[in-house]
Design a protein around this ligand. Structure first.
Ligand SMILES: Cc1cc2nc3c(=O)[nH]c(=O)nc-3n(C[C@H](O)[C@H](O)[C@H](O)COP(=O)(O)O)c2cc1C
Length: 158
């Protein structure tokens, strides 16, 4: 598939979102999609200028907060408001429905911050529920296929 490089950024407390990000990286590479993966806290934000596609893979912690290693990136988007109109993105969210009031709120926070910078959302957020029987990596791979289809459609319309 010919499309711009997909940059995966993961935000995690205990490693689940990292495992999911690795699975997505393998899945995308297996389809010849050019991609790279970084922990969100080591990602140099000056690289945003040259990116076109971002996939955020994040869990939720506390009472609806983004993981600790995602706080700085999230603050940067909210407070610095970089111009990200050239970026299309998706959010693969991990949460637990037992936190009913804040279910998957971490992913929602990244989504809102990216949109506030002008980035274009492709597809709906994935909402994994740790209280379900579904493995997050299995859900993510299926979600990713739909997301890729929407991405390539959006390529043809820009
Ligand atoms: C202390 C703690 C707080 C959590 N808070 C929320 C929450 O507010 N909303 C939610 O949907 N999930 C919440 N979760 C569930 C995690 O997001 C979920 O278990 C996820 O799969 C963990 O992924 P990670 O290992 O990448 O951090 C919480 C989990 C823990 C341990």
């Amino acid at each position: 598939m010919t499309m711009a490089r997909v940059q995966i950024l993961f935000a995690t407390m205990t490693g689940t979102a990292e495992l999911v990000a690795e699975e997505l990286m393998d899945h995308l590479s297996g389809q010849s999609v050019d991609c790279s993966m970084d922990p969100i806290d080591t990602f140099d934000v000056s690289r945003l200028e040259n990116l076109e596609i971002i996939l955020i893979c994040t869990s939720t912690t506390g009472e609806g907060e983004v993981p600790d290693n995602g706080l700085e990136f999230h603050r940067y988007l909210r407070e610095e408001q970089p111009d990200l109109r050239h970026i299309r993105f998706g959010v693969c969210g991990l949460g637990d429905s037992s936190y009913s009031a804040t279910f998957n709120a971490g992913g929602a926070q990244f989504e809102a911050a990216l949109i506030s910078c002008g980035a274009v959302k492709i597809g709906e957020r994935m909402l994994h529920d740790a209280s379900s029987e579904v493995l997050p990596e299995d859900q993510a791979v299926g979600w990713c296929d739909d997301w890729l289809r929407l991405l390539s459609l959006s390529d043809q319309t820009v």
